[in-house]
Design a protein around this ligand. Structure first.
Ligand code: PLP
Length: 397
């Protein structure tokens, strides 16, 4: 037997994608599956963005662009960072990649040496630990459970930092919890990072999807962290552009240069047509985003209230993104027809096989007490899904 890469063999399949594949398989078998597992808006990409892409095709904007992104898009990103995030960059500070995921991957590869430590919290976005593994670094995970509203404290961050710490990945608003760190909370974390030799990768992909009186604040805008922070964002979530694959990073030129070099030998430039579409999204005025956000908010209110009416479910109020992350550990130890529920995976399997409801087990995000449910779907589906969940839970003994 010829041995394959040990490093790549150690990487797990994305569990959210694994659930989506299982849901698709059941749907193909004709089952009426309701999936709340997808991490993408259900809205179509706004018309003005699609028009820009069609124009790009018609004008033959279909060749390679500069590896790091084409100048009009880089300019649009510089302006966006300056206007919305209080971050000042030049062209040499920007990298456009095939999605924010790709940007984060490039950055971790650019920063880490074998044995370095990368700190982030649990619940975390599924890809962080696997990307850290690919960069041959070690994940240092800070637990932030429901009792602390899924947010870490400055004391926890301080404790996690060692001489081997290389980077801290910070994600607000959060996938999977919907937690949003306030400016004061971010400033308190920043104080801890102030004199440490540690980079911050700030994943702000959900920045525009915040509710109530929350405001997104970029950690990189804090003066003493400007030089240490690389801010990542992208088009997927705010502009309903998941399939277009455009993400970007802004930060110090030496790191961006390394990430660009890596990209130049792996994927090269992001798709030219998608870059043209992203440029339109970032530069043309539009009221599509507030409309989407207000629909997400209505759904969030509905799902939050409905879930908390179910005995045994603890669901904190998410302040951003489009997920609820709730504690179902009350049901562990129960059973039905010989099937025992003892963790988030058996809980999700039960709901999928009993009532064809697709949720993502919290273990995928480093918290086995919880499950993630996306509300990027219609009210009808949410209502139907809640009825099914209620029915399935009522059968448990
Ligand atoms: C927290 C977080 N970061 C980054 C990404 C990557 O987004 P994309 O690669 O589509 O830009 C996602 C997507 O699910 C996410 O949830």
């Amino acid at each position: 037997m010829i041995k394959h890469s040990e490093l790549i063999s150690s990487v797990e399949e994305s569990r959210t994608m694994a659930i989506s594949s299982l849901v698709k398989k059941l749907q193909a078998e004709g089952k009426n599956v309701l999936s709340f597992s997808a991490g993408e808006p259900d809205f179509p990409t706004p018309e003005f963005i699609k028009r820009a892409a069609i124009k790009a095709i018609n004008e033959n904007f279909t060749r390679y662009t500069a590896n790091e992104g084409y100048p009009a898009l880089i300019n649009a990103i510089i302006k966006k960072f300056s206007k919305e995030n209080n971050l000042e960059f030049k062209a040499e500070n920007i990298l456009v990649s095939d999605g924010a995921k790709h940007s984060i991957y490039n950055l971790l590869m650019a920063i880490c040496n074998p044995g370095d430590e990368v700190i982030f919290q649990a619940p975390y976005w599924v890809s962080y630990p696997e990307m850290v593994k690919l960069a041959q670094a070690k994940s240092v995970i800070i637990e932030a459970g429901v009792e602390q509203h899924y947010k870490i404290t400055p004391e926890q961050l301080e404790k996690a930092i060692t001489p081997k710490s290389k980077a801290f990945i910070f994600n607000t608003p959060s996938n999977p919890t919907g937690a949003v760190y306030s400016k004061q909370e971010i400033e308190a974390l920043a104080e801890v990072l102030k004199d440490k030799k540690i980079y911050i990768i700030s994943d702000e992909i959900y920045e525009k999807i915040v509710f109530d009186d929350e405001e997104h604040f970029s950690i990189g805008s804090i003066d003493f962290l400007k030089d240490k922070t690389i801010t990542v964002n992208g088009m997927s979530k705010a502009y309903a552009m998941t399939g277009w694959r455009i993400g970007y990073a802004g930060g110090r030129a030496d790191i961006i240069k390394l990430a660009r070099n890596l990209q130049s030998h792996s994927t090269s430039n992001a798709a030219s047509i998608s870059q043209a579409a992203a440029t339109a999204a970032l530069t043309e005025p539009s009221d599509e985003i507030p409309k989407m956000v207000s629909m997400f908010k209505e759904r969030r209110n509905f799902i939050y209230e409905s879930l908390n009416k179910i005995d045994g479910i603890k669901c904190p109020l998410p302040k951003g993104a489009f997920y609820v992350f709730y504690d179902v550990s009350h049901f562990y130890g129960t059973h039905v027809n010989g099937y025992k529920i003892n963790d988030s995976s058996t809980f999700c399997n039960y709901l999928l096989t009993e009532e064809f409801v697709g949720l993502v087990p919290g273990i995928a995000f480093g918290n086995d007490k919880c499950v993630r449910m996306s509300y990027a779907c219609s009210f009808d589906d949410l209502t139907d899904g809640l009825n099914r969940i209620n029915r399935a839970l009522a059968k448990l003994k």
